[in-house]
Design a protein around this ligand. Structure first.
Ligand code: ADP
Length: 434
């Protein structure tokens, strides 16, 4: 379906460089075998565009930035080159094409830029939120891929159209640069039916593909693989539970390198209690509260997505775990309650995934809270001593470092592995474009 054919390398006899020629769809492309690959990673939201330019040969982030308030007043571009200061520019950004042009201008700027010209961007990797059942791995973007992403847009109506706008803008400004789509849902496509089906009439799956998809896949895949690499073990022989605990949060069960279950569902609303999302609730609550408060389904979903989670539980103290810890430390009982409930729910998911895999070798914490929140890790692991999990308080006293935090004799190895979704997207893009 996705034509991608390489032909025999051809040597340029003047320079001695080898070129590989290949086609994306009907477009002819070429790259040099030993040339450095600079990958532009784009994460496009409806009014924002985050980016990084990554040299995938030495894995250096050459520059990164953010275009905000696209299409609304008060546009702003923040840019930072490697080793340079953050440069913030107030600039009107009417659409995503303007945002991409600002990115290119910044990267090629004679003062703060990191490349001489556009030709030094070898490929673009796009983060795409929903790939539905169509995509179980990253793909080179062509017209068929664009159409397929559009087709599943009703599963992620806020995200996929924005991602497609990012693709269209890059295509308009860099028509000859190959692009790759990396899906948040792809890693979870290996889940068995029993894990992804809901206990509702099967016709909703048949007709509308209502099922568990899972998100944060790029992070779960990266962290699971790093866990095995870090321990010097073959991932094929391992049962790993990855806890991606950020503002959005999800847990996944990874057996033999393949995802067998994950906590987010049709949308990112299901699963753990998050910063502002409720996670699992009795679905009957929606009708009950909507009736009492005179709210529509849309308004209820807004409550569950934006006003719930630890923000709602703490009675509005904060969705940020640092604020909550501080408030709880100064005696705010509601903040303490939110943190306690949060940790309990994470532990319950870990327990259920140990059951799903009939065992667990490693539990890995990642993302903002997982990497940095020492007391949350300690509290969560406190529920898991029945699995033979023993946390070492000194080892656990770390932030944002790849390390083992369990005791040497612990039956389950517990780790912290910082996630790096952009690097993972860059690697996958380079691998598909080489
Ligand atoms: P997302 O990418 O989903 O927006 P992050 O992975 O950045 O979220 O995680 C954000 C959360 O991580 C916030 O609640 C924040 O409080 C928490 N966090 C970040 N740094 C620290 C830290 N040093 N100590 C404790 N919590 C932290």
């Amino acid at each position: 379906m996705y034509a991608f054919a390489a032909v025999v390398p051809q040597r340029n006899w003047c320079t001695g460089e080898e070129h590989i020629k290949y086609w994306i769809g009907d477009r002819h492309c070429e790259y040099q075998e030993n040339k450095i690959m600079n990958i532009l990673v784009i994460n496009c939201g409806s009014s924002s565009l985050k980016y990084q330019l990554i040299n995938t040969d030495n894995e250096e982030v050459l520059a990164k930035g953010l275009c905000e308030r696209i299409g609304i007043d008060g546009g702003m571009h923040t840019y930072q080159s490697k080793g340079g200061d953050k440069v913030k520019t107030n600039v009107d950004i009417p659409d995503h094409t303007k945002a991409v042009s600002l990115v290119i201008e910044a990267l090629t700027d004679s003062k703060d830029g990191v490349i001489g010209s556009l030709s030094e961007i070898d490929a673009v990797g796009h983060r795409i939120v929903h790939g539905g059942e169509k995509f179980s791995k990253s793909v080179v973007i062509n017209d068929e891929v664009i159409a397929a992403i559009k087709e599943v847009s009703d599963l992620a109506p806020l995200h996929n159209p924005a991602n497609l706008t990012g693709i269209a803008s890059c295509k308009a400004l860099m028509p000859d640069v190959p692009m790759v789509a990396v899906f948040d849902t792809a890693f979870h496509q290996t889940m068995p039916e029993k894990a992804y089906l809901y206990g509702i009439p099967y016709e909703y799956y048949r007709k509308y593909k209502v099922r568990r998809y899972g998100f944060h896949g790029t992070s779960h895949e990266y962290v699971a693989n790093r866990t095995a690499e870090f321990l010097g073990r073959d991932i094929k022989d391992m049962k790993i539970i990855v806890c991606h605990l950020g503002n959005g949060a999800s847990v996944s069960a990874v057996k033999g390198g393949r995802c067998v279950d994950t906590s987010m569902g049709l949308t990112p609303l299901e699963g753990l209690i998050m910063g502002t999302r409720s996670g699992d609730i009795d679905p009957a609550i929606i009708g009950f509260v909507a009736g009492k408060e005179n709210l529509s389904i849309g308004q209820m979903l807004e409550v569950l997505n934006k006003r719930s989670g630890v923000l709602g539980l703490s009675d509005g103290v904060s969705s940020d775990f640092r604020d909550l810890a501080e408030a709880a430390g100064s005696g705010n009982a509601q903040a303490a309650k939110a943190l306690e409930t949060y940790a309990y729910h994470v532990a319950k998911y870990i327990g259920s995934y140990a059951a799903a895999m009939n065992g667990v070798d490693a539990i890995t914490f990642t993302a903002g809270v997982g990497e940095n929140n020492i007391s949350a890790r300690e509290e969560i692991c406190g529920y898991l001593t029945y699995l033979g999990t023993q946390i070492d308080p000194d080892r656990n006293n770390v932030r944002g470092e790849e390390t083992v935090i369990s005791k040497d004799g612990s039956k389950v190895t517990v780790l912290v592995i910082p996630t790096d979704e952009e690097m993972s997207i860059a690697r996958q893009t380079a691998a598909l474009c080489r």
